[in-house]
Design a protein around this ligand. Structure first.
Ligand code: CP
Length: 317
């Protein structure tokens, strides 16, 4: 049976194209399970998984929890608020204590880039990155690419524009790695203050004009303007951003070709997308959310197979 080349999911950068295709093939099977009257299989009934979230989340946390429950795993949810982190306990001590209770897999969201990599080195658990600061968000990129494949039949050869705050976005970096590994062309678009200077070294095109990006692309993956970072003055105002970089139905009509609209959420309606675009027939935003469960089931299932090879509780190299 085919298996992943990695023992943890820390980032898309570490995956091969074959790994991504294996995850997609496995997700196809789990997506079929999700349409059965009983949406559950026993595959992970011998696994205990902790969702350890140090940052807020709606989609990723619920999607992982549902994926784990659909696979019959035992699940615990940890959030920093209300925990002993508030008494000063470190990330490593927190996770080592959770692992000591015979937890085999840790799904981690943390504001520090590299936090999942650190835990993969320091603990015996299988670590899945659910977003580490501005670095990577691998399962988001996998579900995004899977949704493009589902909508357009393939990812290879497609032109994908990632529009918005590229500098602060873990979704952008993981998407760039994933889409390029699958043979897509990638463009990033946004104000110069929100695009890293050296991003062309990743082989992406760069434009600062949304109309130009839309004329070029088959798919626009529109990113959230991170309102919590606006005190850093990357933008003169949100109104100005909406006017020059926001996408509305009138602009898409002028472009005059079908463009698939994506967004990882949460959407700032009226800033990066108007509601008539977010809720239009060309939007696959809720398909992305639906596919997230099957993709996460596939990732958990394939990594659990690796744990069985090494032996439960043993260090995964
Ligand atoms: N897409 C995403 O990561 O959303 P949440 O922050 O709600 O998990």
């Amino acid at each position: 049976m085919a298996s992943l080349s990695v023992n943890h999911l820390l980032g898309i950068k570490d995956l091969t194209r074959q790994d991504i295709e294996l995850i997609f093939d496995t997700a196809d099977k789990f997506k079929e399970v999700l349409y059965r009257p009983i949406r559950k299989v026993p595959s992970l009934r011998d696994m205990t998984i902790a969702n350890v979230f140090f940052e807020n989340s709606t989609r990723t946390r619920i999607s992982f929890e549902l994926a784990e429950k659909r696979l019959s795993a035992d699940v615990i949810n940890f959030t920093a608020s209300g925990s002993s982190v508030k008494k000063g306990e470190t990330l490593l001590d927190t996770v080592k204590n959770i692992v000591a209770m015979k937890v085999e897999m840790i799904v981690l969201r943390h504001s520090s880039p590299g936090a999942p990599h650190f835990l993969a080195r320091q603990t015996n658990a299988c670590i899945i990155n659910a977003g580490d600061g501005t670095h990577e968000h691998p399962t988001q990129a996998l579900l995004d690419a899977y949704s493009i494949k589902e909508k357009l039949g393939a990812v290879a050869g497609k032109k994908i524009a990632i529009i918005g705050d590229i500098s602060h976005s873990r979704v952008a970096l993981s998407n760039i790695f994933c889409l390029q590994k699958l043979g897509a062309e990638v463009m990033v678009c946004g104000p110069a203050t929100l695009i890293p200077k050296h991003i062309t070294s990743l082989g992406v095109k760069v434009v600062h004009n949304t109309r130009q990006a839309l004329l070029w692309c088959d798919v626009a993956n529109v990113l959230r303007i991170q309102l919590e970072r606006q005190q850093d003055k990357h933008l003169p105002s949100l109104r100005e951003y909406a006017r020059y970089f926001g996408i509305n139905a009138a602009l898409l009509k002028e472009i005059g070709k079908p463009i698939t609209i994506m967004h990882p959420g949460p959407i700032n309606r009226g800033i990066e997308l108007t509601s008539d675009v977010a809720d239009s027939a060309h939007s696959i935003i809720l398909d992305q959310v639906e596919n997230g469960v099957a993709i996460r089931m596939a990732v958990l299932y394939l990594l659990a197979e690796k744990i069985k090879v090494y032996g439960r509780g043993e260090k995964l190299s």
